[in-house]
Design a protein around this ligand. Structure first.
Ligand code: XMP
Length: 517
Protein backbone atom coordinates (compact mmCIF):
# COMPACT_ATOMS: atom_id res chain seq x y z
CA UNK A 1 0.00 0.00 0.00
CA UNK A 2 1.05 3.51 -0.84
CA UNK A 3 1.01 6.54 1.42
CA UNK A 4 0.09 9.95 0.06
CA UNK A 5 1.36 12.73 2.27
CA UNK A 6 -0.86 15.76 1.86
CA UNK A 7 0.65 19.24 1.76
CA UNK A 8 -2.71 20.86 1.01
CA UNK A 9 -2.98 20.55 -2.77
CA UNK A 10 -6.41 20.73 -4.32
CA UNK A 11 -5.39 17.66 -6.32
CA UNK A 12 -4.44 15.31 -3.46
CA UNK A 13 -7.62 13.24 -3.77
CA UNK A 14 -6.99 12.92 -7.49
CA UNK A 15 -3.59 11.38 -6.81
CA UNK A 16 -5.29 8.81 -4.59
CA UNK A 17 -7.84 8.03 -7.28
CA UNK A 18 -5.19 7.54 -9.93
CA UNK A 19 -3.23 5.24 -7.66
CA UNK A 20 -6.30 3.16 -6.87
CA UNK A 21 -7.21 2.99 -10.56
CA UNK A 22 -4.01 0.98 -10.86
CA UNK A 23 -5.39 -1.53 -8.40
CA UNK A 24 -3.11 -0.24 -5.65
CA UNK A 25 -4.49 0.61 -2.23
CA UNK A 26 -3.44 4.00 -0.83
CA UNK A 27 -4.41 6.43 1.88
CA UNK A 28 -3.91 10.14 2.42
CA UNK A 29 -2.38 11.43 5.66
CA UNK A 30 -1.65 15.07 6.49
CA UNK A 31 2.06 15.95 6.35
CA UNK A 32 2.01 16.96 10.02
CA UNK A 33 0.36 13.81 11.40
CA UNK A 34 1.97 11.99 14.32
CA UNK A 35 5.09 10.05 13.26
CA UNK A 36 3.66 6.85 14.78
CA UNK A 37 0.86 6.95 12.22
CA UNK A 38 3.37 7.05 9.38
CA UNK A 39 5.27 4.10 10.77
CA UNK A 40 2.14 2.14 11.60
CA UNK A 41 0.93 2.60 8.02
CA UNK A 42 4.06 0.84 6.83
CA UNK A 43 3.85 1.91 3.16
CA UNK A 44 5.77 0.38 0.28
CA UNK A 45 6.00 3.80 -1.37
CA UNK A 46 5.25 7.44 -0.60
CA UNK A 47 3.84 10.21 -2.79
CA UNK A 48 4.30 13.78 -1.59
CA UNK A 49 1.47 16.00 -2.86
CA UNK A 50 1.67 19.56 -4.09
CA UNK A 51 0.68 22.40 -1.82
CA UNK A 52 0.04 26.13 -1.70
CA UNK A 53 3.10 27.08 0.41
CA UNK A 54 6.59 28.14 -0.66
CA UNK A 55 9.54 26.08 0.58
CA UNK A 56 11.52 29.29 0.74
CA UNK A 57 9.27 30.59 3.55
CA UNK A 58 10.55 30.22 7.13
CA UNK A 59 7.67 28.13 8.36
CA UNK A 60 7.35 26.00 5.23
CA UNK A 61 5.82 22.54 5.83
CA UNK A 62 8.50 19.87 5.99
CA UNK A 63 8.60 16.23 4.98
CA UNK A 64 8.75 14.36 8.30
CA UNK A 65 12.14 12.66 8.86
CA UNK A 66 10.62 9.17 9.37
CA UNK A 67 9.61 9.21 5.69
CA UNK A 68 13.25 9.05 4.66
CA UNK A 69 13.98 6.33 7.21
CA UNK A 70 11.33 4.06 5.66
CA UNK A 71 13.74 3.42 2.78
CA UNK A 72 10.92 3.05 0.25
CA UNK A 73 10.43 4.80 -3.11
CA UNK A 74 9.28 8.43 -2.91
CA UNK A 75 7.64 10.60 -5.56
CA UNK A 76 7.38 14.33 -4.85
CA UNK A 77 4.90 16.26 -6.97
CA UNK A 78 5.28 20.06 -7.33
CA UNK A 79 5.60 21.29 -3.71
CA UNK A 80 6.57 17.71 -2.84
CA UNK A 81 9.49 17.88 -5.27
CA UNK A 82 10.58 21.27 -3.97
CA UNK A 83 10.46 20.12 -0.35
CA UNK A 84 12.36 16.96 -1.28
CA UNK A 85 15.04 19.03 -3.02
CA UNK A 86 15.32 21.62 -0.27
CA UNK A 87 15.53 19.05 2.53
CA UNK A 88 18.08 16.87 0.78
CA UNK A 89 20.45 19.75 0.04
CA UNK A 90 19.36 20.93 -3.40
CA UNK A 91 18.51 24.52 -4.23
CA UNK A 92 15.00 25.96 -4.62
CA UNK A 93 14.26 29.54 -5.65
CA UNK A 94 11.17 31.61 -6.28
CA UNK A 95 10.61 31.60 -10.06
CA UNK A 96 10.64 35.00 -11.81
CA UNK A 97 7.35 34.13 -13.40
CA UNK A 98 4.85 31.70 -11.99
CA UNK A 99 3.87 28.92 -14.33
CA UNK A 100 0.22 27.88 -14.56
CA UNK A 101 -1.47 25.63 -17.05
CA UNK A 102 -0.32 23.84 -20.16
CA UNK A 103 3.43 23.34 -20.70
CA UNK A 104 5.79 20.98 -22.45
CA UNK A 105 8.66 19.22 -20.73
CA UNK A 106 11.60 17.54 -22.36
CA UNK A 107 12.75 14.19 -20.97
CA UNK A 108 16.47 13.99 -20.23
CA UNK A 109 18.64 10.90 -19.97
CA UNK A 110 17.32 7.58 -18.73
CA UNK A 111 15.20 7.14 -15.62
CA UNK A 112 12.99 4.33 -14.41
CA UNK A 113 10.16 6.83 -13.94
CA UNK A 114 9.96 8.48 -17.36
CA UNK A 115 11.82 6.39 -19.93
CA UNK A 116 9.78 5.40 -22.97
CA UNK A 117 6.86 7.59 -21.98
CA UNK A 118 6.27 10.46 -24.40
CA UNK A 119 3.69 12.48 -26.26
CA UNK A 120 5.96 13.36 -29.17
CA UNK A 121 9.62 13.48 -30.19
CA UNK A 122 11.47 16.44 -31.71
CA UNK A 123 13.85 16.52 -34.69
CA UNK A 124 16.81 15.77 -32.45
CA UNK A 125 15.12 12.71 -31.03
CA UNK A 126 14.25 14.15 -27.62
CA UNK A 127 11.00 12.95 -26.08
CA UNK A 128 8.48 15.59 -24.90
CA UNK A 129 5.50 15.42 -22.59
CA UNK A 130 2.44 17.67 -22.55
CA UNK A 131 1.85 18.52 -18.91
CA UNK A 132 -0.10 20.65 -16.47
CA UNK A 133 1.97 23.03 -14.35
CA UNK A 134 0.94 25.11 -11.38
CA UNK A 135 3.83 26.42 -9.33
CA UNK A 136 5.64 29.51 -8.06
CA UNK A 137 8.98 28.10 -6.84
CA UNK A 138 11.37 26.04 -8.91
CA UNK A 139 14.31 23.77 -8.24
CA UNK A 140 17.56 25.20 -9.66
CA UNK A 141 19.93 22.49 -8.46
CA UNK A 142 19.02 18.88 -7.71
CA UNK A 143 20.22 17.41 -4.41
CA UNK A 144 23.27 15.13 -4.33
CA UNK A 145 22.59 11.71 -5.87
CA UNK A 146 19.79 13.04 -8.12
CA UNK A 147 19.89 13.60 -11.89
CA UNK A 148 17.75 16.04 -13.79
CA UNK A 149 15.30 13.86 -15.70
CA UNK A 150 13.08 16.54 -17.26
CA UNK A 151 13.43 20.22 -18.18
CA UNK A 152 11.38 23.08 -19.58
CA UNK A 153 12.67 26.38 -21.00
CA UNK A 154 11.61 28.17 -17.78
CA UNK A 155 12.34 25.34 -15.28
CA UNK A 156 15.67 23.76 -16.21
CA UNK A 157 15.05 21.23 -13.45
CA UNK A 158 11.43 20.11 -14.01
CA UNK A 159 12.04 16.54 -12.88
CA UNK A 160 14.67 14.83 -10.72
CA UNK A 161 15.43 11.21 -10.03
CA UNK A 162 17.67 8.85 -8.12
CA UNK A 163 17.02 5.42 -9.62
CA UNK A 164 18.99 3.67 -6.93
CA UNK A 165 16.79 4.77 -4.05
CA UNK A 166 13.69 5.12 -6.21
CA UNK A 167 13.29 8.77 -5.18
CA UNK A 168 11.80 11.17 -7.74
CA UNK A 169 10.40 14.65 -8.06
CA UNK A 170 8.16 16.14 -10.76
CA UNK A 171 7.44 19.82 -11.13
CA UNK A 172 4.23 19.14 -13.09
CA UNK A 173 1.05 17.36 -12.03
CA UNK A 174 0.76 13.79 -13.37
CA UNK A 175 -2.52 13.27 -11.48
CA UNK A 176 -4.64 15.65 -13.60
CA UNK A 177 -6.11 14.56 -16.91
CA UNK A 178 -4.52 17.58 -18.61
CA UNK A 179 -1.26 15.63 -18.34
CA UNK A 180 -2.12 12.89 -20.87
CA UNK A 181 0.72 10.54 -19.86
CA UNK A 182 0.21 11.26 -16.16
CA UNK A 183 -1.68 8.03 -15.46
CA UNK A 184 1.16 6.02 -17.03
CA UNK A 185 3.76 7.87 -14.98
CA UNK A 186 1.89 7.18 -11.75
CA UNK A 187 1.36 3.55 -12.81
CA UNK A 188 5.10 3.28 -13.45
CA UNK A 189 5.79 4.59 -9.97
CA UNK A 190 3.36 2.48 -7.96
CA UNK A 191 3.48 -0.73 -10.01
CA UNK A 192 7.08 -0.94 -11.26
CA UNK A 193 9.09 1.16 -8.85
CA UNK A 194 7.16 0.43 -5.63
CA UNK A 195 6.40 -3.10 -6.87
CA UNK A 196 2.71 -3.12 -5.92
CA UNK A 197 0.87 -6.08 -7.48
CA UNK A 198 -2.31 -4.20 -8.46
CA UNK A 199 -4.65 -6.60 -6.70
CA UNK A 200 -6.98 -3.99 -5.17
CA UNK A 201 -9.97 -5.20 -7.20
CA UNK A 202 -13.68 -5.24 -6.46
CA UNK A 203 -13.73 -8.85 -5.30
CA UNK A 204 -10.65 -8.37 -3.10
CA UNK A 205 -12.12 -5.25 -1.57
CA UNK A 206 -15.29 -7.20 -0.75
CA UNK A 207 -13.40 -10.15 0.70
CA UNK A 208 -11.28 -7.84 2.80
CA UNK A 209 -14.28 -5.82 4.06
CA UNK A 210 -16.28 -8.94 4.87
CA UNK A 211 -13.46 -10.26 7.03
CA UNK A 212 -13.06 -6.94 8.81
CA UNK A 213 -16.81 -6.52 9.42
CA UNK A 214 -17.01 -10.04 10.88
CA UNK A 215 -14.10 -9.32 13.14
CA UNK A 216 -15.53 -6.03 14.37
CA UNK A 217 -19.14 -7.15 14.82
CA UNK A 218 -18.75 -10.73 16.05
CA UNK A 219 -22.18 -12.15 16.86
CA UNK A 220 -23.81 -8.80 17.75
CA UNK A 221 -26.60 -7.08 15.85
CA UNK A 222 -26.29 -4.08 13.51
CA UNK A 223 -28.84 -1.48 12.48
CA UNK A 224 -28.59 0.59 9.29
CA UNK A 225 -30.62 3.51 7.93
CA UNK A 226 -31.26 2.53 4.32
CA UNK A 227 -32.14 5.40 2.00
CA UNK A 228 -31.92 3.70 -1.38
CA UNK A 229 -28.96 5.90 -2.33
CA UNK A 230 -25.77 4.26 -3.58
CA UNK A 231 -23.74 4.49 -0.37
CA UNK A 232 -26.30 3.12 2.07
CA UNK A 233 -27.38 0.45 -0.44
CA UNK A 234 -23.85 -0.85 -0.94
CA UNK A 235 -23.25 -0.75 2.83
CA UNK A 236 -26.37 -2.85 3.33
CA UNK A 237 -25.38 -5.39 0.67
CA UNK A 238 -21.86 -5.66 2.05
CA UNK A 239 -23.02 -6.11 5.64
CA UNK A 240 -25.58 -8.65 4.53
CA UNK A 241 -22.84 -10.62 2.77
CA UNK A 242 -20.74 -10.48 5.95
CA UNK A 243 -23.26 -11.05 8.74
CA UNK A 244 -26.58 -12.00 7.10
CA UNK A 245 -29.47 -11.84 9.56
CA UNK A 246 -27.54 -9.93 12.20
CA UNK A 247 -28.28 -6.87 10.06
CA UNK A 248 -31.56 -4.97 10.20
CA UNK A 249 -32.17 -2.07 7.82
CA UNK A 250 -34.62 0.69 8.63
CA UNK A 251 -36.11 2.29 5.54
CA UNK A 252 -38.07 5.43 6.36
CA UNK A 253 -40.54 6.48 3.66
CA UNK A 254 -40.98 10.20 4.30
CA UNK A 255 -43.50 10.69 1.51
CA UNK A 256 -40.96 12.77 -0.37
CA UNK A 257 -39.36 10.01 -2.44
CA UNK A 258 -39.38 9.58 -6.20
CA UNK A 259 -42.06 7.57 -8.02
CA UNK A 260 -41.79 3.87 -7.20
CA UNK A 261 -38.66 4.36 -5.09
CA UNK A 262 -39.92 2.76 -1.88
CA UNK A 263 -41.17 -0.28 -3.80
CA UNK A 264 -37.83 -0.64 -5.57
CA UNK A 265 -35.83 -0.53 -2.34
CA UNK A 266 -38.06 -3.07 -0.63
CA UNK A 267 -38.13 -5.33 -3.69
CA UNK A 268 -34.37 -5.28 -4.13
CA UNK A 269 -33.32 -5.78 -0.55
CA UNK A 270 -36.15 -7.55 1.17
CA UNK A 271 -37.58 -9.80 -1.52
CA UNK A 272 -34.62 -10.24 -3.83
CA UNK A 273 -31.61 -10.35 -1.49
CA UNK A 274 -33.31 -11.50 1.69
CA UNK A 275 -32.10 -8.58 3.80
CA UNK A 276 -34.15 -7.74 6.93
CA UNK A 277 -35.81 -4.43 6.04
CA UNK A 278 -38.24 -2.55 8.27
CA UNK A 279 -40.26 -0.45 5.87
CA UNK A 280 -41.66 2.45 7.87
CA UNK A 281 -44.34 4.49 6.15
CA UNK A 282 -44.02 7.85 7.89
CA UNK A 283 -45.32 10.01 5.05
CA UNK A 284 -48.18 11.48 7.04
CA UNK A 285 -45.97 12.37 9.96
CA UNK A 286 -43.54 14.23 7.73
CA UNK A 287 -46.26 16.04 5.80
CA UNK A 288 -48.01 17.04 9.03
CA UNK A 289 -44.80 18.47 10.43
CA UNK A 290 -44.17 20.40 7.22
CA UNK A 291 -47.63 21.96 6.99
CA UNK A 292 -47.40 25.73 6.63
CA UNK A 293 -43.58 25.76 6.59
CA UNK A 294 -42.09 27.66 3.68
CA UNK A 295 -38.48 28.35 4.60
CA UNK A 296 -36.07 25.86 2.92
CA UNK A 297 -33.67 25.57 5.85
CA UNK A 298 -36.55 25.13 8.28
CA UNK A 299 -37.92 22.36 6.03
CA UNK A 300 -34.52 20.67 5.98
CA UNK A 301 -34.30 20.84 9.77
CA UNK A 302 -37.76 19.36 10.24
CA UNK A 303 -37.13 16.53 7.79
CA UNK A 304 -33.70 15.80 9.30
CA UNK A 305 -34.98 15.84 12.88
CA UNK A 306 -38.01 13.67 12.10
CA UNK A 307 -35.87 11.17 10.27
CA UNK A 308 -33.68 10.75 13.34
CA UNK A 309 -36.76 10.48 15.56
CA UNK A 310 -38.43 7.80 13.44
CA UNK A 311 -35.18 5.91 12.97
CA UNK A 312 -34.44 5.98 16.70
CA UNK A 313 -37.91 4.71 17.60
CA UNK A 314 -37.43 1.72 15.34
CA UNK A 315 -33.86 1.04 16.40
CA UNK A 316 -34.86 1.16 20.06
CA UNK A 317 -37.38 -1.64 19.44
CA UNK A 318 -34.70 -4.02 18.23
CA UNK A 319 -33.12 -6.30 20.78
CA UNK A 320 -29.43 -6.14 21.66
CA UNK A 321 -28.27 -3.95 18.82
CA UNK A 322 -24.66 -2.98 19.40
CA UNK A 323 -23.67 -1.30 16.12
CA UNK A 324 -24.90 1.45 13.84
CA UNK A 325 -23.76 1.06 10.24
CA UNK A 326 -23.20 4.11 8.06
CA UNK A 327 -22.35 4.61 4.40
CA UNK A 328 -19.58 7.14 5.01
CA UNK A 329 -17.17 7.15 2.06
CA UNK A 330 -13.57 8.31 1.76
CA UNK A 331 -14.18 11.85 0.45
CA UNK A 332 -16.48 12.49 3.48
CA UNK A 333 -13.70 11.38 5.82
CA UNK A 334 -11.00 13.45 4.15
CA UNK A 335 -13.21 16.53 3.95
CA UNK A 336 -14.19 16.48 7.58
CA UNK A 337 -10.58 15.86 8.66
CA UNK A 338 -9.45 18.93 6.67
CA UNK A 339 -7.04 20.50 9.14
CA UNK A 340 -6.55 23.71 7.19
CA UNK A 341 -9.88 24.97 8.46
CA UNK A 342 -10.68 26.08 4.94
CA UNK A 343 -13.92 24.15 4.69
CA UNK A 344 -16.46 25.60 2.35
CA UNK A 345 -19.20 27.75 3.81
CA UNK A 346 -22.40 25.95 4.58
CA UNK A 347 -24.62 27.17 1.78
CA UNK A 348 -27.27 24.60 2.55
CA UNK A 349 -27.29 22.41 5.62
CA UNK A 350 -27.01 18.91 4.17
CA UNK A 351 -28.06 16.12 6.42
CA UNK A 352 -27.02 12.52 6.64
CA UNK A 353 -28.22 9.62 8.70
CA UNK A 354 -28.08 11.21 12.08
CA UNK A 355 -27.25 10.60 15.68
CA UNK A 356 -28.88 8.16 18.00
CA UNK A 357 -29.92 8.88 21.56
CA UNK A 358 -27.00 8.53 23.95
CA UNK A 359 -28.58 5.69 25.90
CA UNK A 360 -28.22 3.42 22.89
CA UNK A 361 -24.43 3.64 22.99
CA UNK A 362 -23.90 2.17 19.57
CA UNK A 363 -20.52 1.69 18.00
CA UNK A 364 -20.15 2.69 14.32
CA UNK A 365 -19.50 0.29 11.46
CA UNK A 366 -18.41 2.15 8.33
CA UNK A 367 -17.18 -0.39 5.79
CA UNK A 368 -16.91 2.14 2.91
CA UNK A 369 -14.77 4.61 4.86
CA UNK A 370 -11.74 3.97 2.69
CA UNK A 371 -13.44 3.88 -0.69
CA UNK A 372 -14.05 6.38 -3.45
CA UNK A 373 -17.45 6.61 -5.14
CA UNK A 374 -16.33 4.70 -8.23
CA UNK A 375 -15.00 1.89 -6.04
CA UNK A 376 -18.27 1.85 -4.09
CA UNK A 377 -20.16 1.50 -7.38
CA UNK A 378 -17.92 -1.30 -8.56
CA UNK A 379 -18.34 -3.37 -5.42
CA UNK A 380 -22.09 -2.65 -5.46
CA UNK A 381 -22.36 -4.23 -8.90
CA UNK A 382 -20.15 -7.12 -7.82
CA UNK A 383 -22.46 -7.66 -4.83
CA UNK A 384 -25.37 -8.01 -7.25
CA UNK A 385 -27.18 -4.69 -6.80
CA UNK A 386 -29.12 -3.58 -9.90
CA UNK A 387 -27.10 -1.34 -12.24
CA UNK A 388 -29.78 1.35 -12.34
CA UNK A 389 -29.66 1.66 -8.56
CA UNK A 390 -25.86 1.92 -8.61
CA UNK A 391 -25.76 4.51 -11.37
CA UNK A 392 -28.71 6.54 -10.18
CA UNK A 393 -28.27 10.30 -9.97
CA UNK A 394 -27.81 11.57 -6.42
CA UNK A 395 -30.96 12.49 -4.54
CA UNK A 396 -30.91 14.91 -1.60
CA UNK A 397 -31.75 13.66 1.89
CA UNK A 398 -34.76 16.01 2.21
CA UNK A 399 -35.98 14.63 -1.14
CA UNK A 400 -38.89 16.34 -2.86
CA UNK A 401 -39.17 18.51 0.26
CA UNK A 402 -36.67 20.91 -1.32
CA UNK A 403 -38.00 20.43 -4.86
CA UNK A 404 -41.46 21.71 -3.98
CA UNK A 405 -40.86 25.40 -3.50
CA UNK A 406 -42.39 26.79 -0.35
CA UNK A 407 -45.02 24.77 1.50
CA UNK A 408 -44.94 21.03 0.88
CA UNK A 409 -48.30 19.41 0.18
CA UNK A 410 -49.14 15.85 -0.70
CA UNK A 411 -50.96 16.81 -3.90
CA UNK A 412 -47.90 18.78 -5.03
CA UNK A 413 -45.60 15.85 -4.27
CA UNK A 414 -47.86 13.51 -6.26
CA UNK A 415 -47.82 15.81 -9.31
CA UNK A 416 -44.09 16.36 -9.06
CA UNK A 417 -43.34 12.63 -8.80
CA UNK A 418 -45.18 11.98 -12.05
CA UNK A 419 -43.53 14.84 -13.92
CA UNK A 420 -40.10 13.82 -12.64
CA UNK A 421 -40.67 10.20 -13.68
CA UNK A 422 -41.59 11.26 -17.24
CA UNK A 423 -38.47 13.44 -17.50
CA UNK A 424 -36.16 10.71 -16.20
CA UNK A 425 -37.75 8.02 -18.34
CA UNK A 426 -37.27 10.15 -21.46
CA UNK A 427 -33.69 11.01 -20.49
CA UNK A 428 -32.90 7.32 -20.17
CA UNK A 429 -34.55 6.51 -23.47
CA UNK A 430 -32.70 9.27 -25.31
CA UNK A 431 -29.34 8.24 -23.85
CA UNK A 432 -29.04 11.52 -21.93
CA UNK A 433 -29.34 10.11 -18.41
CA UNK A 434 -25.72 8.93 -18.34
CA UNK A 435 -24.54 12.16 -19.93
CA UNK A 436 -26.02 14.29 -17.17
CA UNK A 437 -24.88 14.19 -13.55
CA UNK A 438 -28.20 15.07 -12.01
CA UNK A 439 -31.61 15.74 -13.51
CA UNK A 440 -34.99 16.28 -11.91
CA UNK A 441 -38.22 18.25 -11.96
CA UNK A 442 -39.09 21.08 -9.56
CA UNK A 443 -42.61 22.05 -8.55
CA UNK A 444 -43.43 25.76 -8.71
CA UNK A 445 -46.54 26.56 -6.68
CA UNK A 446 -47.60 29.39 -8.96
CA UNK A 447 -50.43 29.01 -11.42
CA UNK A 448 -50.40 29.95 -15.02
CA UNK A 449 -53.05 30.07 -17.68
CA UNK A 450 -53.15 27.48 -20.44
CA UNK A 451 -55.55 26.25 -23.03
CA UNK A 452 -56.41 22.72 -24.14
CA UNK A 453 -59.05 22.16 -26.77
CA UNK A 454 -61.73 24.71 -26.00
CA UNK A 455 -61.04 24.75 -22.31
CA UNK A 456 -59.03 27.15 -20.22
CA UNK A 457 -56.54 25.67 -17.73
CA UNK A 458 -55.22 27.54 -14.76
CA UNK A 459 -52.69 25.19 -13.24
CA UNK A 460 -49.21 24.78 -11.86
CA UNK A 461 -45.75 25.05 -13.37
CA UNK A 462 -42.95 22.50 -13.42
CA UNK A 463 -39.32 23.41 -14.04
CA UNK A 464 -36.90 20.86 -15.45
CA UNK A 465 -33.31 20.91 -14.26
CA UNK A 466 -30.40 18.92 -15.73
CA UNK A 467 -26.75 19.60 -14.99
CA UNK A 468 -23.31 18.32 -15.88
CA UNK A 469 -20.72 18.37 -13.12
CA UNK A 470 -17.81 16.40 -11.75
CA UNK A 471 -17.84 17.45 -8.11
CA UNK A 472 -21.26 19.10 -7.65
CA UNK A 473 -19.44 22.22 -6.43
CA UNK A 474 -19.75 23.84 -9.83
CA UNK A 475 -22.08 22.76 -12.61
CA UNK A 476 -23.23 23.78 -16.06
CA UNK A 477 -26.79 23.31 -17.26
CA UNK A 478 -27.09 20.47 -19.71
CA UNK A 479 -27.62 21.58 -23.27
CA UNK A 480 -30.46 19.16 -23.94
CA UNK A 481 -31.76 19.19 -27.53
CA UNK A 482 -34.79 21.42 -28.17
CA UNK A 483 -36.70 18.54 -29.74
CA UNK A 484 -36.14 16.46 -26.65
CA UNK A 485 -37.34 19.24 -24.33
CA UNK A 486 -40.32 19.79 -26.58
CA UNK A 487 -41.28 16.12 -26.33
CA UNK A 488 -40.91 15.98 -22.54
CA UNK A 489 -42.88 19.18 -22.09
CA UNK A 490 -45.76 17.89 -24.23
CA UNK A 491 -45.88 14.61 -22.37
CA UNK A 492 -45.96 16.28 -18.96
CA UNK A 493 -48.67 18.78 -19.85
CA UNK A 494 -50.80 16.25 -21.73
CA UNK A 495 -50.53 13.44 -19.23
CA UNK A 496 -50.66 15.28 -15.93
CA UNK A 497 -53.77 17.17 -15.08
CA UNK A 498 -52.71 19.96 -12.75
CA UNK A 499 -49.65 21.08 -14.71
CA UNK A 500 -50.16 23.54 -17.54
CA UNK A 501 -46.65 24.83 -18.18
CA UNK A 502 -43.09 23.47 -18.27
CA UNK A 503 -39.91 25.58 -18.21
CA UNK A 504 -36.24 24.61 -18.48
CA UNK A 505 -33.69 25.95 -16.01
CA UNK A 506 -30.65 27.49 -17.74
CA UNK A 507 -28.74 28.66 -14.66
CA UNK A 508 -25.22 27.53 -13.91
CA UNK A 509 -23.69 26.90 -10.49
CA UNK A 510 -22.46 29.37 -9.45
CA UNK A 511 -24.30 31.68 -9.26
CA UNK A 512 -27.36 29.39 -8.87
CA UNK A 513 -27.24 26.10 -6.93
CA UNK A 514 -28.25 22.76 -8.37
CA UNK A 515 -31.38 22.41 -6.26
CA UNK A 516 -33.82 25.30 -6.25
CA UNK A 517 -33.95 25.52 -2.46
P1 XMP B 1 -26.69 22.39 -4.38
O1 XMP B 1 -28.16 22.61 -4.50
O2 XMP B 1 -26.12 22.83 -3.06
O3 XMP B 1 -26.51 20.80 -4.42
O4 XMP B 1 -25.92 22.93 -5.56
C1 XMP B 1 -25.30 20.12 -4.51
C2 XMP B 1 -25.60 18.65 -4.37
O5 XMP B 1 -26.04 18.38 -3.05
C3 XMP B 1 -27.34 17.84 -3.06
N1 XMP B 1 -28.09 18.44 -1.93
C4 XMP B 1 -28.36 17.79 -0.78
N2 XMP B 1 -28.08 16.55 -0.37
N3 XMP B 1 -29.16 16.98 1.68
C5 XMP B 1 -28.50 16.14 0.86
O6 XMP B 1 -28.26 14.99 1.26
C6 XMP B 1 -29.49 18.25 1.36
O7 XMP B 1 -30.08 18.99 2.13
C7 XMP B 1 -29.06 18.68 0.05
N4 XMP B 1 -29.18 19.86 -0.63
C8 XMP B 1 -28.58 19.68 -1.83
C9 XMP B 1 -27.94 18.22 -4.40
O8 XMP B 1 -28.97 17.30 -4.77
C10 XMP B 1 -26.72 18.17 -5.28
O9 XMP B 1 -26.41 16.85 -5.67
Amino acid sequence: RVLILDFGSQYTQLIARRVRENGVYCEILPYDCEPQRLQAFNPVGVILSGGPESVTADDAPLIPAPIFDLEVPILGICYGMQALSAQLGGRVEPAQSKEFGYAQVCIRGHSRLLSNIEDHADAEGYAWLDVWMSHGDRVTEPPAGFKTIATTPTSPVAGIGDDERGWYGLQFHPEVTHTPQGARILARFVRDICGCPGDWTASNIIEDSVARIRQQVGTKRVVLGLSGGVDSSVTAALLHRAIGDQLTCVFVDNGLLRLGEAEQVVATFDRHMGVNVLHIDAAERFLDALRGVEDPEEKRRIIGRLFVEVFDEQAAKLDDVAFLAQGTIYPDVVESADSSGGKAHVIKSHHNVGGLPDYMQLELVEPLRELFKDEVRRIGLELGLPADMIHRHPFPGPGLGVRILGEVRKEYADLLRRADAIFIQELRQAGWYERTSQAFAVFLPVRSVGVTGDGRRYEHVVALRAVETVDFMTARWAHLPYDFLDHVSRRIINEIEGISRVVYDISGKPPATIEWE
